[in-house]
Design a protein around this ligand. Structure first.
Ligand code: HEM
Length: 125
């Protein structure tokens, strides 16, 4: 197996774990659960997201390519992080929390569609 394939597997594993953990944390946020304060819950997302980004950059370096849909993914990643910060840190009411969480999940799903379609418009292309 060449290194590109290894990094791609790592990337996709991180994508699944990151998405699942985000949704579990989102449910805990809506329930007002103290689980959110647990040390592993605070640290693990950063570890997974670092792996996600590291594997993505490694793939680009190995392939020596920077297609336009990758620029879109980086932009969407920033939007996704921003919506997460709004949901977990800034939102006050249940309605605000739910809105930002759902918007973040929608962006995440679109990110996956951009990756699978390898097109800036994702499945809308
Ligand atoms: C939360 C953010 C991200 C998600 C959900 C995500 C999702 C995915 C998925 C599902 C694939 C597999 C596509 C396939 O099966 O062909 C993939 C591949 C890939 N992603 Fe990401 N990704 C994210 C962030 C990024 C970022 C920030 C970059 C670039 C800096 C990136 C670069 C790539 C590359 C180069 C591939 C390999 C495409 C291929 O060779 O098939 N990803 N991504």
């Amino acid at each position: 197996m060449d290194s590109y394939v290894i990094f791609k597997h790592l990337h996709m594993t991180a994508v699944v774990l990151s998405g699942l953990l985000f949704m579990v944390r989102g449910l805990w946020l809506l329930q007002g659960s103290t689980q959110l304060q647990a040390k592993w819950v605070k640290i693990t997302p950063h570890v997974i997201d670092t792996l996600l980004l590291f594997s993505a950059i490694a793939m680009l370096v190995v392939a020596q390519q920077f297609p336009v849909w990758v620029h879109v993914k980086i932009t969407l990643l920033v939007v996704y992080i921003g919506l997460g910060v709004m949901a977990f840190k800034k939102a006050k009411t249940q309605g605000q929390k739910l809105t930002f969480l759902l918007a973040a999940v929608a962006v995440y799903v679109f990110l996956i569609s951009v990756a699978l379609a390898k097109s800036p418009a994702g499945f809308f292309a």
